[in-house]
Structure formats: structure tokens, C-alpha cells
Design a protein. Structure first.
Length: 259
């Protein structure tokens, strides 16, 4: 536990001290939200379960929230490659610290940072028309934490095998960004082509998006997953996905790391 806390604290402290990473991970989703959401505005309206409709500015906010967690996961796992280049990772690997401790510290720090940035954006949610209460705040925080754990675990799997920051960014753009776009964050899954609906059904982020919309809006946005899954089941699915991603990253860490 001492080693876990030390590695965890190091990751969080390093991220907070690098203000450019902190600003980039927080400001980029806000910029996307204001520019894209405000630009489309009422020209795009999506139905809600109460028979009403919401503008794109309200619709896109949960997507911006997920994008903040995604960027945090990417920036957090880049440190695996940086630590390898600086020799820190090799030093930890030859120490008595277990691989489980190394993986857990990375995932917990990424999930924590994603949660903290998500909480900051949740405060801004009231300006988007979301009148959430304590219950919605707690549920959103749980969803954000497991989403951050899952995305950080996926990033860790690729960062463990790659030795180039540029290559890592390329892989993340191919893997994580399409997952975010096709999760219902940018457009409703039921509004696209039929195969988009099936992609949303197998895309883990689509359940997180549905959960966020369900707790941030009293009416809930009408989408493809709402027809088949209740709110509690969405949370359980996201937890299982996070556990599967953590297991995948742990299995990957048992193999020889690129040096």
C-alpha cells in the first residue's frame, strides 16, 4: 500500500504541476462545447423521454464531459512512455514492487484526475440547463470514475507496448476518438445509419453517455440504448467494462515492456 500510494501521489502531483496538460485536458472539451454546441444551438434538437426537446448546446454537454475524461486518460498514460525513456519505469520494475501495484497506481491516478476534471465541468453544467441535485452528482461521479478507469486501462495497454509518444497519439486517435464519436456524444445513435445503432450497442462509452444524460437531465435523452437498458444496468455494464479493461492492462503488464 505504501508503494501504491507513493506511485499514485507521484502521478497526480506531476499532472497538477504540468499546467499545460491540466489546461489542455480541461479547456479543450469546454472549447468544443462552446464552439460546436453554441454554433449549432437550436438548429439541432433531439427528443427527450418527456416528449420535449433539447438544443444541441444541452445535448453535447455530456459528450464534452466524456471528452474531458478521455483526454485525461490519454495524458495520464503517456507518462508510461516518458518514465521508460527517463529510466524510472525500469527502476520500478526491478524493485520489489509488484506489477499489480504499478498498474493500479496508473489506473487510479488517471481515474481520479478524470473524476476531478469532470466535477469541475459538472459545476458548469447548470449553465447548460442541467439542474442536477446531490443524487445526480453522486451518480455522475461514479460514472465518471469508472469511465476514467476503463479509458486509462486501455491507454495503459497501448502505452506499455509502444516506445514513441507520437505513435501513441496516433493509436489513441484511431481507437479512443472514434469510440467517443460513435458513443452518441456527437450525434444521437438512433439518428444515424442503422449500423451506427449496432456500433453504439457494442461501444462501452455509449453506456456511459446514456448514464450521464440520464442523471443530468430530469427527462433523459431518448437514444438507442434507452430502449433496452435501465439506468442501474448501465452502471453495472460500465463497471464490468472497467474491470475487464483493468484485467487486460494487468495481463499486458506481465509481458516484457518495450525498452
Amino acid at each position: 500500500m505504501t508503494a501504491l500510494w507513493a506511485l499514485y501521489y507521484r502521478e497526480v502531483l506531476r499532472f497538477c504541476r504540468q499546467r499545460s496538460r491540466l489546461i489542455g485536458a480541461l479547456a479543450t472539451p469546454l472549447l468544443f462545447w462552446f464552439l460546436i454546441g453554441g454554433g449549432l444551438g437550436d438548429s439541432f434538437r433531439t427528443p427527450t423521454l418527456g416528449g420535449q426537446s433539447e438544443g444541441y448546446f444541452q445535448f453535447f454537454f455530456p459528450g464534452a464531459l466524456a471528452l474531458s475524461v478521455l483526454f485525461t486518460a490519454i495524458f495520464s498514460t503517456i507518462s508510461v512512455i516518458e518514465d521508460r525513456h527517463q529510466g524510472f519505469l525500469q527502476g520500478v520494475l526491478v524493485s520489489p514492487v509488484s506489477r499489480l501495484t504499478i498498474v493500479a497506481s496508473k489506473i487510479l491516478s488517471g481515474a481520479t484526475l478524470g473524476l476531478l476534471q469532470g466535477i469541475l465541468l459538472l459545476v458548469v453544467a447548470r449553465f447548460a440547463g442541467f439542474n442536477w441535485g446531490v443524487s445526480a452528482f453522486v451518480q455522475s461521479s461514479i460514472l465518471l470514475f469508472f469511465m476514467g478507469a476503463a479509458l486509462t486501462s486501455l491507454g495503459f495497454v497501448f502505452a506499455w507496448k509502444l516506445d514513441s509518444v507520437q505513435g501513441y497519439h496516433s493509436i489513441m486517435n484511431i481507437v479512443l476518438m472514434p469510440m467517443w464519436i460513435l458513443s452518441g456524444a456527437v450525434f444521437p445513435a438512433e439518428g444515424g445509419a442503422s449500423f451506427f445503432r449496432w456500433i453504439a450497442l457494442v461501444n462501452p462509452l455509449s453506456y456511459a453517455m446514456r448514464g450521464l444524460r440520464g442523471v443530468l437531465s430530469s427527462e433523459g435523452s431518448l437514444d438507442f440504448t434507452a430502449t433496452y437498458f435501465s439506468q442501474g444496468l448501465l452502471v453495472m455494464i460500465l463497471m464490468l467494462v472497467a474491470c475487464a479493461c483493468v484485467s487486460l492492462s494487468l495481463m499486458g503488464s506481465r509481458k516484457h515492456a518495450s525498452v
